[in-house]
Design a protein around this ligand. Structure first.
Ligand SMILES: [Zn+2]
Length: 274
């Protein structure tokens, strides 16, 4: 686990350290602690909830949360307060906020062919959280875009809640939902490991990407958002095939998955993100 920059510099002048940091452009250093991250995620989650139509069907949302919790229990790293929400959108997409909140669109459940494919999407998002990709993004943004405004708030005596607010607005604005290609590859690889450790067939990850490729031919508008913030499934499949964890007899499907997916078809249609 990475050491928080703030705890490293406590004991001598933080301001001097920050100026030194900015002048050398060391962006790999983690400026955001786990507790900062959780606070930022909480604020961002409140903002996202205001913007997003949440699926109100408690049977489906409880089912998705159950899978998510089981996967999160097998993630390495800090014990983040993971939560799982379903957005009532038809498009295929999912994202994670710093510190634990994970969102998956209803369109993912409807497109997935089995439970392992749905679990794969959640495992990928959990991996983004567990690997602290948002914290790294936020650290970079603090050094480059947001600058001293946020740093000042974060380091100031009265700063905690204020900094979390500033960062959360930035996160919720969507600037954060795009990770680097390396982060995406890592989330695939680590997500496949989480899937295997949790008892699902990790090949669900590859199958879901194949499903997305097929969906692109059938209904391009349903995968537009996904393609705008993820590398191409073709490349991801190639990398994953090299990194598949060995897992025998992983779970592929369940009657619950099929009944929840069938249930979605009986509900009013999902909304569009557009
Ligand atoms: Zn991702």
């Amino acid at each position: 686990m990475r050491v928080s920059f703030l705890s490293v510099v406590s004991g001598f002048s933080r301001t001097a350290a920050i100026i030194a940091l900015m002048s050398t452009s060391v962006v790999a250093i983690q400026l955001v602690s786990v507790s900062d991250e959780i606070a930022i995620g909480k604020h961002a989650q409140a903002e996202i909830r205001r913007q997003t139509p949440e699926l109100s069907d408690s049977a489906v949302t409880a089912y998705v949360s159950r899978i998510g919790r089981q996967l999160a229990g097998h993630a390495h790293g800090a014990r983040y307060p993971y939560s799982f929400s379903v957005a009532n959108y038809r498009e295929i997409n999912a994202f994670a906020l710093p510190g634990g909140p994970v969102w998956v669109n209803r369109g993912v459940i409807q497109a997935a062919g089995n439970e392992a494919q749905l679990a794969a999407v959640l495992a990928h998002e959990i991996a983004h959280v567990a690997q602290r990709h948002s914290a790294q993004q936020l650290s970079k943004a603090m050094v480059t875009n947001l600058g001293l405004n946020l740093l000042g708030a974060l380091l100031g005596n009265s700063g905690g809640a204020n900094a979390a607010n500033i960062a959360a607005r930035y996160v919720a604005s969507g600037a954060f939902l795009k990770f680097s290609r390396d982060d995406e590859r890592e989330a695939d690889r680590v997500g496949a490991q989480i899937l295997a450790r949790s008892g699902w067939d990790p090949r669900g990850m590859i199958e879901l990407l194949q499903t997305i490729r097929e969906q692109e031919k059938r209904d391009p508008s349903s995968v537009e958002v996904f393609f705008s913030n993820h590398p191409s499934p073709k490349d991801r499949i190639a990398v994953l095939q090299q990194a598949m964890p060995r897992a025998r007899n992983g779970k592929r499907d369940s009657p619950q998955f099929q009944s929840n997916r069938a249930r979605l078809k009986t509900l009013p249609p999902a909304r569009s993100m557009k």
